[in-house]
Design a protein around this ligand. Structure first.
Ligand SMILES: [Zn+2]
Length: 190
């Protein structure tokens, strides 16, 4: 799959595609056009190529379109690092997804992103959200998400709004990926 597009990297001064991550993505219309279906396929292939990927948004590979793909598996190892993983979701593609917070309670936890090279940091996210989206067939879905799933959806949907997790990391708390992995390793062992 070497012909898949590379990630747009916000902290790479050589990357001239970063605008796509800093602008609102376009909504899609149904039935999906051939071009949009091709973008869904490329995003899906990119997602499946990664071992350790919870979610991706189309702007991350250069397409300013409101498409995300994500998965929250029932994985005991992941649960150790994410004790708030209380709700799982099989691999899912959503078109034109949005969310609204339910209540104003927030929880801070570490995030990383394929669009931010070698960095991770703590982000306060709403604990519970209401989501609304469309399937590939144009069927409307909505519901309530909490914990890690809510965090993941906020992270991915924010990419469609031109926002990235680094916008929310408190000053001085951005970590190198090595430091992040060390903390994660320690948490997994304890
Ligand atoms: Zn991301």
């Amino acid at each position: 799959m070497s012909n898949l597009p590379s990630y747009v990297i916000l902290n790479d001064p050589q990357d001239n595609r970063v605008n796509v991550l800093r602008q609102p993505a376009q909504s899609l219309t149904f039935p999906l056009s051939k071009e949009d279906r091709e973008i869904v396929q490329i995003l899906t292939d990119k997602f499946e190529q990664e071992d350790n990927c919870a979610g991706l948004a189309a702007p991350q590979i250069g397409f300013a379109k409101q498409i995300i793909i994500f998965e929250v598996p029932d994985d005991p190892k992941l649960k150790k690092w994410r004790p708030d993983l209380v709700q799982t979701m099989p691999k899912t593609v959503w078109i034109n997804p949005t969310y609204e917070p339910l209540g104003d309670e927030k929880h801070s936890d570490y995030e990383g992103c394929f669009s931010v090279k070698d960095m991770a940091g703590p982000v306060a996210r709403f604990k519970t959200i209401h989501y609304s989206a469309y399937t590939l067939e144009g069927e409307h879905v909505e519901g309530r998400a909490e914990g890690f799933l809510a965090r993941l959806l906020q992270h991915e949907i924010d990419h469609l709004r031109g926002r990235c997790f680094i916008d929310y990391v408190p000053d001085g708390e951005l970590l190198s990926i090595e430091e992040y992995r060390k903390r994660r390793q320690k948490a997994m062992e304890s």
